[in-house]
Design a protein around this ligand. Structure first.
Ligand code: FAD
Length: 438
């Protein structure tokens, strides 16, 4: 039996490799060079459309650990990255042409991989299919995906607010409450005095913004305004919008604060919180500087910064199993950025799992779930269980991992302990899980 993979980007190329190394024939469809996306410039597979960095190399960092797990799982992306590494301090950066050329050559020369340079505009009605068409999925195929998943479950842009870790907040300054005491005390509230608000406001409106690409301008027309743009409408506008204090009393003063920033729980475990209404286009360094002026966030760890960019992705918590199969049709897998993971490495990692599981299905075996304590398992757990309603893409971060059995002081030491646990569990799982062995 052969498997169809749509899209030869970071995820699709990795998925095709995982299938072929398990002896499964692959039909890999890539629309470039006949039809391009607004971001790709070459006809190479796994093209890095922007930075040439695959981010931190050390495994004490969650993305470093994800890469190490990929190496152990026989990743094509990591094989090419390690071979084409260029000096970049603590990061794993690559010669972008060498990296994607290597991946293209290895797939083109693999007798089990049939390459079709064409755009697919429908989803094959039979056989196993992996959809890995990325954040810039072609419009016709996007429509086919919307028909498959339901219109409301496919998003076209990502207007995300920053996310901070609970453990980094100053809980002496914030209080738990819902507006007017309605329902559970669902929010963490950061109260501001008039003076604190004024300082924050001035820094916000003058902060440096990220440039917007032409093909991303539509994001602003689609009605999701960045907090810094809303602020420029007037000094008090935010106090009637995302920072409105009505219905909230600060238990420390017994009074209504001048303004309140609300933080909403972002993962099932309650270790991550997003800043409500703070979708933003500020540069990342500026987000850290300006949002750290919010009382309680002085030392906040930003596990994800806010972004506003074009991004096609599905509502994975509603639609996908942690095996990356569609709940309503188990022969269809999604992989890469379209599942709501964010970043080159995360996209390739999702491709690896989808490819491995599609191979198992093709061999009449049961697809597997990656252990929860691994970086792969934690990332896929997040995208398939994130609380409903407001699902937004995510990089891998230790905030997504299950807590360690003992508290460890120091970020680096905690990262090291997380990494040791993950690698040990992954190794044990790979030994036990006979079906994935090659
Ligand atoms: P892609 O790598 O985009 O692969 C999808 C492939 O599918 C493409 O080759 C495309 O041509 C093809 N395709 C689309 N539709 C069809 C169709 N109908 N039929 C056949 N083929 C099709 N992440 C980072 O970590 N660092 C960055 O610096 C970074 N910069 C980014 C900049 C931009 C402008 C964008 C849009 C994203 C960026 N990302 C970055 C996010 C993300 O990591 C990349 O987009 C990554 O390439 C996603 O991998 P993917 O495999 O899901 O999609």
């Amino acid at each position: 039996m052969s498997v169809t993979v749509i899209g030869a980007g970071l995820a699709g190329s990795e998925a095709a490799w995982q299938l072929a190394r398990r002896g499964i024939e692959v039909n890999l469809f890539e629309m470039r060079p006949h039809k391009n996306t607004p971001a790709h410039h070459t006809q190479n597979f796994s093209e890095l459309v922007c930075s040439n960095s695959l981010r931190a190399a050390a495994i004490e960092n969650a993305v470093g650990l994800l890469k190490e797990e990929m190496r152990r799982l026989g990743s094509l992306t990591m094989l090419a990255a390690d071979k084409h590494r260029v000096p970049a301090g603590g990061a794993l950066a690559v010669d972008r042409e060498g990296f994607s050329r290597e991946i293209t050559d290895l797939l083109e020369n693999n007798p089990l991989v049939n390459i079709h340079r064409e755009e697919l505009i429908t989803i094959p009605e039979e056989g196993i299919v992996i959809i890995a068409t990325g954040p810039l999925t072609s419009p016709d195929l996007s429509q086919a995906i919307a028909r498959l998943t339901g219109e409301g479950y496919l998003y076209f842009y990502d207007a995300a607010a920053p996310i901070v870790s609970l453990e980094s907040l100053d809980l002496n300054k914030v209080f738990r409450a819902s507006r007017y005491g309605k329902g559970e005390e669902a929010y963490l509230n950061c109260p501001m005095t008039r003076e604190e608000y004024d300082v924050f406001y001035n820094e916000l409106i003058n902060a440096e913004r990220a440039p917007i690409k032409d093909f991303e301008k539509q994001v602003h027309f689609e009605g999701c305004m960045p907090v810094e743009v809303l602020a420029t409408r007037g000094r008090d506008t935010l106090l009637y919008g995302p920072l409105k204090p009505v219905g909230l009393t600060d238990p420390r003063t017994g009074k209504r604060p001048h303004g309140v920033v609300q933080l909403r729980q972002d993962n099932a475990e309650g270790t991550l919180y997003n800043l409500v209404g703070f979708q933003t286009n500020l540069k990342w360094g500026e987000q850290k500087r300006v949002f750290s002026l919010i009382p309680g966030l002085e030392k906040a760890e930003f596990v994800r910064y806010g972004v506003m960019h074009r991004n096609t992705y599905i509502n994975s918590p509603e639609l996908l199993e942690p095996t990356l199969q569609l709940k309503s049709d188990e022969r269809i897998f999604f992989a890469g950025q379209i599942t709501g993971v964010e970043g080159y490495v995360e996209s390739a990692a999702a491709g690896l799992v989808a490819g491995m599981n599609a191979a198992l299905l093709a061999l009449d075996k049961k697809p597997v779930m990656m252990p929860r304590e691994t970086a792969h398992g934690s990332l896929l757990h997040y995208i398939t269980t994130a609380p409903g309603g407001n699902f937004q893409p995510m990089n891998v971060t230790f905030g997504l991992f299950p807590e360690l059995p003992v508290k460890i002081k120091g970020k680096r030491e905690r990262g090291k302990a997380q990494a040791e646990r993950s690698v040990q569990i992954l190794e044990h799982w790979m030994e036990q899980e006979k079906t994935i062995q090659i």
